[in-house]
Write a new protein. Structure first.
Lengths: 214, 214
DNA sequence: GTCTATACATAGATAGAC
DNA sequence: GTCTATCTATGTATAGAC
């Protein structure tokens, strides 16, 4: 950290990344406007270009910030649990917490999956594969112990993240459906990530335990 | 069908809708280009505007086409099954077929969920709620019969559609991850909708049957 | 480092001939 | 109904003053 490497670690940079995360989450990459990011961050647009670079650089910075937290927390928490079903429950609830308590994670991830991961940098793919690897070791151990029957690792993973990403958006979608006059008030609109995570975890654990051979 | 209402039911109109479905699925609403839709449909851009209208009208037409098929097929198929678990399996596999054998359904749906359903017309919300209603009646009956324990209708629905929409995109995402150098060849990349649907169905059915009270 | 002003490109939409 | 040409708006990005 010499004099030149970080002249001003003031919150300008952090505010820009935060603003970019918000804008990209709300509008997607193509829908997001650089002018709007600058406005949200309360900096001049030219300042934004000076500090970070073009729109693509803004997006990548925002993406990486979103995916940094989950992985470390995940392996820490899973290590604490002992039995495979406990580990699986911990994995699901930790992912539920990260996805459902962030405003940016689910919309960004959903759009990336929709585009076939076209804009995902290598680091994010690596983080994703490490998460699948954790699930893999849990399910393998559980199968050897006789508690899980013939688990499909990838589809199980997609059941978890698919369900939780959709659950993270359900409040907004239901509100939109209500305002369009198509839906009426849903009592489950305000479920916490704790209860959703617990439901998904228990359903999966019991589903894998008692699966018939297919 | 007077002389004036449908002058030319030739395939111009159909080709435009098809082209719009493709373009919107690949790029999303903001990313899609009207010029490109016209090019794909092999019609002049002005012709496209003359026949259908602006970009929003194009999008709504494409959306409705995607959602028309599933609902009818769903209630037909579910009616044929008798026991609640058989009905649930039929529902899941029918949704799997519709989502995973269409190139346009999953990307479009994922982006709509990501945006909180902002561009969904009322008709699509209604179709969605009817699908949830079918699931509701299945789970209610199953609970009364004692085969399902305390099912959460909405979260179960989101586990189904979340998992299947993600599964529909997994081949593309994995290929992208491979080409970025982050992932290595995955043997499950080419799973059929039949096997994915069956796995998701069986896992859910068994998970709901043997759930502990939470 | 930060600002104003602007260049440059592109996309949505339409006018008007045929 | 279909085409060419074009208008207009907007968005990304930068040049250059301070």
């Amino acid at each position: 950290m010499t004099t030149e490497t970080k002249k001003k670690p003031d919150d300008n940079y952090a505010r820009i990344i935060k603003a970019a995360s918000e804008e990209f989450a709300e509008k997607g990459y193509e829908g997001a406007r650089v002018d709007e990011i600058a406005r949200r961050a309360c900096v001049n647009k030219a300042t934004l270009y000076y500090h970070i670079g073009d729109k693509a650089a803004l997006y990548e910075s925002a993406l990486l910030k979103i995916f940094k937290n989950m992985e470390a927390e995940l392996s820490d928490n899973v290590d604490k649990a002992v039995a495979p079903d406990e580990k699986l429950k911990t994995l699901v609830t930790t992912i539920a917490k990260n996805i459902m308590s962030s405003q940016f994670s689910a919309p960004t991830m959903l759009r990336e999956i929709a585009s076939g991961g076209q804009n995902l940098p290598k680091d994010v793919f690596l983080a994703m594969s490490r998460i699948v690897a954790i699930l893999h070791s849990i399910l393998d151990k559980g199968e050897k112990d006789g508690v899980f029957v013939k688990p499909n690792i990838l589809v199980t993973h997609l059941m978890i993240v698919g369900a939780l990403n959709f659950c993270a958006m359900k409040k907004l979608v239901i509100q939109q459906g209500e305002s369009s006059g198509a839906l009426t008030g849903d009592p489950f609109i305000d479920e916490s990530w704790e209860s959703v995570g617990e439901y998904v975890a228990e359903t999966l654990i019991n589903g894998l335990k008692s699966r018939k051979q297919v």
